[in-house]
Design a protein around this ligand. Structure first.
Ligand SMILES: [Zn+2]
Length: 435
């Protein structure tokens, strides 16, 4: 006999259960292994009451479906730690969270509501995994926005798991089958609350409870927190609709010096499906100005020096300086023209706005525009790689070598284009040689 849970209210019931099981075993040939059977006590029990039991008594560690609601995030840390060993881009890490981590919890959390401390712990583990350290370079709220709103689409455990739980239980309570036990129970317990939301009509023939039990109080708090109390029943019984309603209300992150409409355009370019994941990350960090250049590190108390690492420069190294204004970067941009990169306009890239967000104002054929945007990102990648080699390994990369690096990065796209003609081929790669 395997995996059987029995709930008992007193010690006598446990002893009777064991006797009945043995009696059943004599007839069926099955045997209960007493040394492997475990008991767990909930509520105020005295030590003298629980002593006479010939079972192993566990005090804590209630594990359901391999997950434990604890302040360590239920073993999620170990699983994420395993993925941490691989060099993944932020895009790849978000994919891991969505496809490997959250599915572990979805089934469990649609039955038992996840406690607050568990959700907080889970959130902490996810962001620790994303940044690889306790230093988070951007507010979590911004990271959780959709890519077209300037975020990275990091799933919010409270929203995702809560939406699943809420949708399932409201669906039970509003199901048309009246005799079904689960439906009747959910309607009895949640009835008065759902009536106040005008989801259930008042029916005086059916009894309802006036106080919400903790399991359904979670739903009330969830709807209040995400301001969903006024939504109709079709939204509230479908977890995907709940997620999309919350996502539609998100604000667009501003980009310094641009209007909100232009910022939206920048975020679309930054998360363009034609870009490699590492270039999406780089462009996104540049637009948020969180690339770990010295001025950014210094302003957050992480570096002692804010000046540019290039010899003889001496100016503060901001994101703009590192990628556009520094002499090394300037030389490369000046050198890169339509002769070496046929996708660049005549006279090269005109200004930093274009470096940061692509050709925002221009109206070009889309194919040409995306080729230009890919090329710009390859050059940015080459500048950033040479800068990291200088800071990390003290290797001075010459201008022609940086140029060579940019064109080989551009070449990767051409090869990819030829080998995978199918759409979205550039999205699949998890690997990165991000410095
Ligand atoms: Zn410089």
């Amino acid at each position: 006999m395997d995996d059987i849970n029995i709930l008992c209210t007193d010690i006598l019931s446990i002893k009777r259960t064991m006797d009945v099981t043995d009696w059943f075993g004599r007839a069926s040939g099955a045997k209960l292994k007493r040394d492997k059977t475990q008991a767990q006590f909930f509520g105020p029990w005295l030590h003298t009451e629980t002593r006479g039991l010939d079972l192993t008594v566990k005090a804590t560690d209630l594990k359901i479906l391999g997950v434990k609601f604890d302040s360590n995030g239920g073993g999620i840390r170990q699983r994420l730690g395993f993925w941490q060993l691989r060099q993944l881009t932020l895009e790849g890490k978000v994919l891991i969270i969505k496809t490997v981590i959250l599915p572990l919890l979805l089934l469990l959390c649609s039955i038992f509501y996840p406690p607050r401390f568990f959700l907080l712990a889970l959130d902490r583990e996810i962001f620790y995994f994303l940044w690889g350290s306790k230093w988070e370079r951007l507010r979590r709220e911004v990271m959780k926005r959709a890519p077209e709103h300037g975020g990275k689409g990091v799933p919010d455990p409270h929203l995702v798991l809560g939406a699943q739980y809420t949708a399932l239980h409201i669906k039970y309570a509003t199901a048309p089958f009246r005799e079904h036990k689960t439906v009747a129970m959910a309607r009895f317990r949640m009835g008065s609350y759902l009536r106040s939301l005008k989801i259930l009509t008042v029916d005086l023939r059916i009894p309802i409870a006036f106080n919400l039990p903790p399991a359904y109080d979670f739903i009330k708090k969830f709807l209040k927190h995400f301001n969903l109390e006024k939504e109709n029943i079709t939204v509230l019984t479908n977890h995907r609709s709940i997620l999309s309603v919350v996502q539609e209300r998100e604000k667009v992150s501003p980009v310094p010096g641009l209007t909100l409409g232009e910022a939206e355009r920048v975020w679309r370019e930054v998360s363009h499906s034609a870009l490699q994941n590492k270039h999406k990350d780089l462009a996104w960090m540049v637009a948020h100005e969180i690339l770990p250049v010295r001025a950014v590190m210094h302003s957050r108390g992480m570096g002692k020096d804010a000046t540019c690492p290039r010899p003889g420069c001496g100016r503060p190294e901001t994101v703009r300086h590192a990628l556009w204004e520094c002499s090394a970067a300037r030389d490369l941009w000046a050198m890169a023209g339509p002769l070496q990169f046929p996708w660049l306009p005549v006279g090269g890239v005109p200004d930093y706005r274009m470096v940061r967000g692509g050709a925002i104002q221009r109206k070009k054929p889309p194919k040409k525009e995306i080729d230009l945007w890919i090329t710009i990102n390859c050059i940015k990648d080459a500048i950033w790689t040479s800068r990291n080699l200088l800071v990390g390994k003290h290797v001075q990369v010459s201008l022609p070598a940086t140029h060579q690096l940019a064109s080989s990065r551009r070449q990767e796209y051409a090869v990819r284009c030829h080998s995978d003609v199918g759409a979205g081929a550039s999205q699949g790669g998890l690997h990165s040689n991000r410095p």
